[in-house]
Design a protein around this ligand. Sequence first.
Ligand code: HEC
Length: 153
Amino acid sequence: MNKNVLILLIMVLGLAGCDSHSPGMGRSISSFTGPVLQRYHDPQQVALGDSLYRQHCIQCHGQNGVGAEDWRHRDTEGMFLPPPLDGSGHAWHHSTAELKQMILKGSPAGQGKMPAWRDTLSDSEVDALIVWLQSLWPDEVYVAWDEMQQNNR
Ligand code: HEC
């Protein structure tokens, strides 16, 4: 983890009590300098993503996206195990577009056993799954992710 992200994490963790809620408008995450960003996850997409997740993904990625217990290690065939999607793994290092490509295309051959979903799920279903999994991320992870997106722009 780079130093800036770490500093940001520490700042946000320390300020977890300062969140303000405004129904319908998302929720702003605050810092010393005022609101950092608005957090909003469309409730309809979250609900659709949740039901698709239970149908297609939960058997590998676990309840609420916790991932396989030993996901940092490879299995006996040298394959990656299903990582957490809930913000405790590396999914949040990827942009929304990258996550979408990973889900549509599945694991690169020989890397892991994630199936490709492009023939099973529609574009908007994959979008809903991503909104759902991003809604699981704790504020500090979401803020760090947003920061990373801005640095990459
Ligand atoms: C058969 C087991 C399996 C199923 C079912 C499965 N996955 Fe995966 N998934 C994996 C594995 C294994 C990886 C790691 C693969 C790799 O690195 O190549 C992975 C990786 C991912 C990643 C990248 C995570 C990261 O940290 O980089 C995302 C996002 C993801 N899966 C989402 C989903 C979604 C959404 C579904 C349901 C539509 C799903 N997966 C269904 C096994 C599965």
